[in-house]
Design a protein around this ligand. Structure first.
Ligand code: NJP
Length: 236
């Protein structure tokens, strides 16, 4: 493994303080990509175990100001954006009668509006360059639902539709669009603890990150539209 050079490609990753996003940072560092990482709480301690120091910015995908400041500072620093990993996401679960409107709004605000917000900041740079790759971590519940998952599933279906429409817009200016649909993954998602014994049989964050890196490394003439993965133990 070597450190990135000024010729190395540049990846921007949201939700990179832990879980799948952090694992993506590690997977991309192996290539190596130059990295710019984003999440609300990301700090030096979250990036200390990477093999080189990445750029990072603490902010919310729900904030236009935060997102624009992150993307512009990344572009100013690197001069290019090759890959965007749209990964930040949250989930609130419960029946529709139990879920509060603030919880429902927060899921839609972060997962859906937040994804649009980041795309609106990044796409002009990719469009100008005539190339780029948007890779979004949605979910296997972007295509199916379950009781108690109305808000989360609705947000993931919405991301899926957003990506399908983007694919039809962006091919005209050379930008590739890929969707990663993971099943159960052992992370801190929804206040989970990835160390719980039953989660050892789930996908690990590094499994999903390897899939994201694989999709990012497809030859320039090829795009993997969708990649769905789930643990063998998951039946649905
Ligand atoms: O979850 P977690 P995952 N603005 O909680 C950040 C999808 N998925 O890695 O902001 C910016 O460990 C948060 O950092 P912080 C899921 O829907 C998962 O599992 O500092 N960043 C953290 O870095 C999501 O889209 C499973 O608190 C924000 C990261 O997001 C993606 O995988 C299954 C933010 C979340 O890390 C990654 O989730 C599936 C904001 N407003 C899909 N809010 C699964 N785990 O089973 C949160 O099908 N973050």
């Amino acid at each position: 493994m070597s450190n990135p050079t000024p010729q190395s490609p540049v990846a921007l990753i949201t939700g990179a303080s832990r879980g799948i996003g952090k694992a993506c940072a590690h997977a991309f560092a192996q290539v190596p990509y130059r990295l710019s990482l984003f999440s609300r709480s990301i700090s030096t301690s979250d990036v200390a175990d990477l093999p080189f120091e990445p750029e990072f910015y603490a902010g919310s995908v729900s904030s236009e100001e935060d997102v624009n400041a992150w993307v512009e500072s990344s572009f100013t620093h690197f001069g290019q954006i090759d890959v965007l990993v749209l990964n930040a996401g949250i989930g609130h679960f419960g029946s529709i009668s139990e879920l509060s409107m603030p919880s429902i709004r927060e899921v839609m605000e972060v997962n859906v509006a937040g994804s649009f917000q980041v795309l609106k900041a990044v796409l002009p740079h990719m469009k100008k360059a005539g190339k780029g790759h948007v890779i979004c971590v949605t979910s296997d519940v972007a295509k199916r639902t379950f009781a108690g998952g109305s808000a989360y599933c609705a947000s993931k279906y919405a991301q899926h539709a957003m990506l399908d429409a983007l694919r039809q817009e962006a091919y005209a200016y050379g930008v590739r669009v890929s969707e990663i649909l993971p099943g159960l993954t052992a992370t801190h998602f929804a206040d989970g603890d990835p160390r719980e014994p039953e989660k050892q049989a789930w996908l690990q964050a590094a499994d999903v990150a390897d899939a994201v890196r694989y999709v990012a490394q497809a030859p320039a003439h090829m795009v993997i539209d969708r990649l769905e993965l789930h643990p063998v133990m998951q039946h649905y």
